[in-house]
Design a protein around this ligand. Sequence first.
Ligand code: SF4
Ligand code: SF4
Length: 260
Amino acid sequence: MPRPEPPKQMQPEIRALYDQLSPEQKSWIEDVHFLAEEIKDHLLLEQCLLAVDILTDRLQKLNPNIGCAQGCSRCCESYALPEVTRAEWELVQVALSDMPETTRARVQAQVSAIPEADFDSQGWPRHPRNAYAQLGCPLLIDGRCSVYAYRPLSCRAMGYFFSKRLPGEKPLPLSGFLQQMMARKKPLPLTCHSEALRIQTEVSQGQNLLLYAFTPLADRFEAIFERLAPAGHKQLLLTRLMAYFKGLESASTAPESLPE
Ligand code: SF4
Ligand code: SF4
């Protein structure tokens, strides 16, 4: 793999900030730039996930203040409605079948406690999302993600990516981007409310602008993940889990066939 090139088309205000960085910080920026360009359709899902992990590692090194890097799991505990493509769900199933029996039993018990009536027959929430604010992810065990190495893109991206552009929108020049952030308009960090407020405060005080200038947009990666699975297969992780354990239950209660 060729050595990453430094980002070429930097706006003058970003170039001035970039030139003040240490060689190590510059190499992290180069990695981010390179990986964001390299994550493409021809990669396998596992390769995309690995690249996203390296990318988030470099972004975290550039800004160690990001809350997600400090063992925080508040979003998993309180508003866990990540959506997964079929390809991502298949990886979660690998993790479920590989985990210790006792952990899987605890996940299953947490899944069973979710009120099924809150979701429609297609597995989507019946109520506005804020009605699910107290719903925790059943894969969280003792404050840790039990499928961590196999967790979906949206869980990996928390705190490190920005939210989607609207269809047809062009990327903003940095000055416009920062102005929108400061005015609390989109694009917003893809993170929890408290972290988003912290980042907006940093931006309004002119801190860590370089990090935000290179933070990737989630929509590009989501589009790649979507193409890895047939259209229409994106679903809530929660309802995938409910169907999965229901299937296991019905399989285990099915009468065994009599010997011939
Ligand atoms: S998004 Fe917020 S709540 Fe979730 S891990 Fe990051 S800092 Fe914690
Ligand atoms: S899959 Fe893991 S990281 Fe994602 S919400 Fe659930 S516990 Fe949190």
